[in-house]
Design a protein around this ligand. Structure first.
Ligand code: KIV
Ligand code: ZN
Length: 555
């Protein structure tokens, strides 16, 4: 039986050079959100929403923006007019509008741009045999004739508005499914007909209208096209990739190596079917190769908020750079590595001469994301991750000797609830286990340490407690407040204990910081118990920690 699908034959290029080339400078960026993106939204943008989207594109730094299809849509026509009449287009921004290569639709298209300082008329015709023969029913010479007539009409219509500088963009639609020699012939014809003067160039936009080939084929086609094009020096090679095979970013990136100079795409890849190439990913990938793209995504969460609100689509949680989960680690070993290296991130920067942290492609703060939610806790999490969350949320640096024990408690809890553990729950578990363990048999009511009247290095401690609900006061003298407290409580007839670990630190950040003490006691049967005390006063924090640990020995 004949197979339904076949591999697309290779492009047939010899001695391709693009695999060895490196991208060293930024391409030009053209946002096609308001045209290709908008035409594929179930609920197209309203006039007001387009205004907001437009402002967002300007904020990001786009200098070329395709604003609509005025000959086909009244809304697009009115929006184009509003941009020009309300003087919304900054001097360094060029707007473009799309039209099919049909002379009857050109006049309205050109007129829609009247009054703009500089603008681009973007015409297209589908040059693949599939479209040409089966959809348009045109021969190759007939298509060439349509282009001749369209370009002549653009010129004559543009001459009516001498205050506006009209430039030309041409797309051989379905370029990646078009016979190469025909594609080159058509594009050379267009450039010759337009005949750009001085430093002007015709934008030749070579779309992968439907992604039917692997990304290396797109790059091969771009390199071959550039080699064959007679008018190479009079044109700008523009890439326009759709994402049917999920490879639009790869196709665009490889094709930039192959000669692409300009990228048309949309934010988060909105566009027909699987969408256009996501310009954010392409641009940020370049930025993290050290290339200044001219686009500013340092407030990516804001961009996300606006685009999500206007389009009604939320990016997938694993969408590169922007998804909710893309800076999160759940696995214990990943968390441990991130935690260790973030603690010395400046030194790491110096060692590598660039950002390099395990499991974190970029510094999330560069795109406006903070570190707080980077490590997320579930039953796969490890001690490093848990320590990181406690430290980032509460400013408490946990001693290594308690991290394993806390991690195993968190794991039991996470398995029991069978879901992610929020940082609030983690803190609750921490305080219920170590700071205020219950049931509490020994409650500390008051602790007064004061220096001995005659020997100030000796501390006299008066300790008021409630033991099994009964108030008692015990006193002792030692050479420090903590030792005096321990000596005093030992008079309560409690089971013997020894102090295994004692560590003082601080909780919180800056002037809000409190003292925090971690202790580990060993009971008569070898049982170990950890207690944590948090208090503005360092001695009070210590005795609270000891009291908490004693309570756990009494359980
Ligand atoms: O995908 C495409 O081919 C297009 C053209 C009209 C440029 O959007
Ligand atoms: Zn498109």
């Amino acid at each position: 039986m004949q197979s339904k699908y076949k591999a697309v034959p290779p492009v047939g290029i010899e001695n391709r050079t693009w695999p060895d080339r490196q991208i060293t400078s930024s391409p030009r960026w053209c946002a096609v959100d308001l045209r290709d993106g908008n035409q594929a939204l179930p609920n197209p943008l309203t006039f007001e929403q387009k205004k907001e989207y437009w402002r967002l594109l300007l904020e990001i730094g786009y200098k070329e923006i395709e604003v609509g299809f005025p000959s086909a849509s009244k809304d697009d026509y009115e929006f184009t007019r509003w941009l020009i009449e309300a003087k919304q287009v900054p001097d360094d921004v060029v707007i473009s509008v799309l039209a099919p290569s049909r002379p009857d639709l050109i006049a309205k298209t050109v007129e829609s741009l009247r009054g703009a300082k500089r603008c681009v008329v973007h015409i297209y015709i589908a040059t693949s045999d599939l479209h040409r023969e089966h959809v348009l029913g045109k021969t190759r010479p007939e298509q060439i004739e349509m282009l001749r007539a369209s370009i002549a009409t653009i010129k004559s219509e543009a001459a009516k508005y001498p205050q506006t500088r009209y430039e030309l963009e041409f797309s051989p639609e379905e370029f990646t499914d078009t016979d190469m020699d025909y594609g080159v012939e058509v594009c050379d014809f267009v450039v010759d007909q337009w005949n750009p003067q001085g430093d002007e160039k015709v934008i030749l936009n070579l779309p992968a209208t439907v992604e039917r080939r692997p990304p290396n084929h797109y790059a091969d086609m771009i390199e071959l096209f550039c080699r064959k094009l007679k008018n190479r020096a009079r044109s700008v090679i523009s890439l326009h990739a759709h994402n049917d095979m999920g490879c639009a970013v790869a196709a665009t990136t490889l094709s930039l190596q192959a000669g692409g100079e300009r990228v048309e795409g949309t934010l988060f890849g909105h566009g027909e079917r699987t969408g256009n190439v996501d310009s954010i990913i392409v641009a940020l990938n370049l930025q993290y190769m050290g290339i200044d793209t001219g686009l500013n995504f340092s407030k990516l969460s804001h961009v996300n908020e606006v685009v999500t609100r206007l389009t009604g689509f939320t990016p997938h949680p694993r969408h590169p750079y922007v998804g909710d989960l893309v800076y999160s680690a759940f696995s214990g070993s990943h968390q441990d590595a991130i935690h260790k290296c973030l603690l010395k991130k400046d030194a790491m920067m110096e060692t590598f001469g660039q950002w390099k942290i395990p499991y974190l492609h970029i510094d999330p703060s560069d795109v406006g994301r903070n570190f707080e939610k980077m490590i997320r806790i579930n039953s796969q999490s490890g001690k490093g991750g848990i320590a990181h969350v406690i430290e980032s949320e509460h400013g408490i640096h946990l001693p290594r000797w308690m991290q394993n024990e806390l991690a195993s408690r968190v794991q039991v809890y996470a398995e029991a609830v069978a879901r992610e553990v929020s940082s609030k729950e983690l803190w609750q578990l921490f305080t219920e286990t170590y700071v205020n363990p219950s049931p509490s048999q020994l409650d500390l009511v008051n602790f007064w340490p004061y220096p001995d009247e005659k020997i100030p290095s000796i501390i006299q401690a008066k300790v008021e407690v409630s033991l099994h609900g009964k108030k008692q006061i015990v006193e002792a003298r030692e050479n420090g407040p903590v030792a005096a407290f321990v000596a005093a409580v030992k008079k309560l007839g409690l089971p013997e204990f020894t102090l295994e670990h004692y560590e003082e630190s601080k909780a919180g950040h800056g002037s809000q910081a409190e003292a925090v003490t971690f202790v580990q006691l060993k009971g008569p049967d070898g049982k170990l118990a950890i207690g944590v005390g948090i208090h503005a006063n360092i001695s009070q924090a210590a005795v609270k920690a000891i009291t908490a640990a004693i309570n756990k020995l009494l359980h």
